[in-house]
Design a protein around this ligand. Structure first.
Ligand code: UDP
Length: 238
């Protein structure tokens, strides 16, 4: 099936880059994700990414240890730049043309975020990797993913995680956890399901951005989920 005319934002959490490691990057995982992205590009879709930083640094965790929250969050944003460069490097080895754009100017390493420029890159078949989230402390890369998806006029946001969808309780802690096939934004908020932060879900609801939550650990899943195959949960309006 062709995915021409489809524009998609893939959110890659930092943790998804660790593979079985406890910190940083696993090279096989980076290669696997790059392969999956290449497959979707080859099907004709326009792709952009928002990358997290939780495999290296999380502002909220550091602030509980006494670090000022805003400073810790800026450090977290720098972690997303490391991940963006790691992904860029691997993706280029898979013959994917890429650009990294950062919300915070880091001009010797990557482009600054410019909405119209990012769109142009995508029209030319380049994958744009958005780094430093929205560029403000007290936010997460989930909020950035929703915001950028809307700004880029994406048809859909795919959130790649370590689980294969949204569950009523944490499936890693409770074997009786049940997965939703579909769930509304309102129910995610009402039931306080911790699949994405609440601010992100609220903005997605307001802008009617469909979100599919899926496991990024299964190779080939990115293309499958876009074609409504495999395991995922769709978050949508009423
Ligand atoms: N962060 C931020 N503003 C943003 C995006 C990220 O301050 O717009 C910081 C925040 O400290 C966060 C860290 O960057 O903990 C890493 O991002 P995130 O936790 O969203 O990464 P993920 O969980 O997706 O790996």
């Amino acid at each position: 099936m062709s995915l021409k005319k489809l524009r998609v934002l893939l959110k890659v959490s930092g943790e998804a880059l660790m593979g079985s490691r406890n910190y940083g990057h696993d090279i096989d995982t980076l290669n696997g994700i790059s392969n999956d992205i290449k497959e979707v590009c080859d099907l004709g879709a326009e792709v952009c990414l928002v990358v997290g930083g939780g495999n290296i640094y999380r502002g909220a965790d550091a602030s509980t240890l006494g670090m000022e929250r805003a400073t810790a969050d800026y450090m977290g944003m720098l972690a997303t730049v490391i991940n963006a460069l790691a992904l860029q490097n691997t993706m280029e080895k898979h013959d994917i043309h890429t650009r990294v754009q950062s919300a915070i100017p880091i001009t010797t390493m990557c482009e600054q975020y410019i909405r119209r420029r990012a769109k142009r890159h995508m029209q030319k078949g380049r994958v744009v990797i958005f780094a430093t989230g929205i560029g403000n402390p007290f936010f997460t890369t989930d909020s950035a993913a929703v915001l950028r998806a809307i700004e880029m006029n994406c048809d859909i946001l795919l959130k790649g995680t370590n689980v294969d969808g949204v569950y009523n309780v944490d499936p890693k802690k409770d074997k009786a956890a049940q997965k939703y096939t579909e769930i509304t934004y309102t129910d995610v908020l009402k039931d306080n399901l911790k699949i994405m932060d609440m601010a992100a879900i609220a903005v997605a609801r307001e802008n009617k951005l469909p979100i599919k939550v899926f496991s990024i650990n299964k190779r080939g899943n990115f293309a499958k989920i876009l074609q409504d195959q495999g395991e995922f949960t769709l978050i949508r309006g009423e």
